[in-house]
Write a protein that binds this ligand. Sequence first.
Ligand code: TUI
Length: 309
Amino acid sequence: MESRICKLLNIEYPIFQGAMAWIAEHNLVAAVSNAGGLGILAAGNAPTEVVREEIKKTKRLTSKPFGVNIMLLSPYAEDIAHMVCEEKVAVITTGAGNPGKYLEMWKEQGIKVIPVVPSVALAMRMERAGVDAVIAEGCEAGGHVGELTTMSLLPQVVDAVNIPVIAAGGIGDGRGIAATKMLGADAFQIGTRFLVAKECIVHRNYKEKVLKAKDIDTRVTGKITGHPVRTLKNKLTRKFIQLEREGASTEQLEELGKGTLQKAVIEGDVMNGSVMAGQISGMVNKEQTCKEIIIEMVKESTSLLSGLK
Ligand code: TUI
């Protein structure tokens, strides 16, 4: 599993843990980094000092590199962008926007910067602006998604840039890693499978819902608001879809979505909460430690790839 990403970030395996808001906190992140992957703290919509504390707690649990993901729609994004410099984090990933205005500051601090890009155009802009790598995330992923699938987006981004490309969206086992490696990926980001990791603190009901999910159980809502989100179907998605059909306003839909991720993750209300998860939920059916997940995926993919002669 040699990869230029491993050298760049000083990690053993080219496996990133997707930064899931409210979920990717210090326990999960440290477990992934200690297992040789790259754990990534999700800042989500959390206030700056909460994220700073999470960074400190993670540092106490691991001496390995880990990242912080800044969700650029957060009201605290700007503040967190400065805080991560003070805390000297090794890697920053970004989502849900263009991090252009922070790049100079982060690069001056020697931080490795890896934005999520949902298009070739943004990938090229980011390369020109000096980022270290990009994450090409297809809409099979859970949470906020772009238009293109991993199968279509990834090879087009790989052709357009010279920096390393991390594949994300729809990777659930070693076959997904082998397949996206064939499409040109240098590393692989996995979110949904880590939801059911033993070290993952998400509510038990959330884990059960992912474990029970079938292939066709995710829905994308919020296309109208400009922020489409993939979740497992439930009472909330039915309400969303009905309101969208009735031509509800962006404000009404945003109001309905407020606080719903916390409701599912912390309170375990998986009927009225937002159960963000990717399309591979249907193949997640066992609970393992982060180390077991990583080792199993590495073994499966290397075996598949070594069979290609
Ligand atoms: O960011 C994610 N996944 C997320 S963020 C999130 S919290 C949230 N909740 C409700 C609404 C919105 C966010 C839950 N899941 N993945 C990475 C990602 N980034 N997906 C799509 C994008 C993206 C979209 C547009 C990245 C850049 C971008 O640029 C637009 C521009 O300004 O050029």
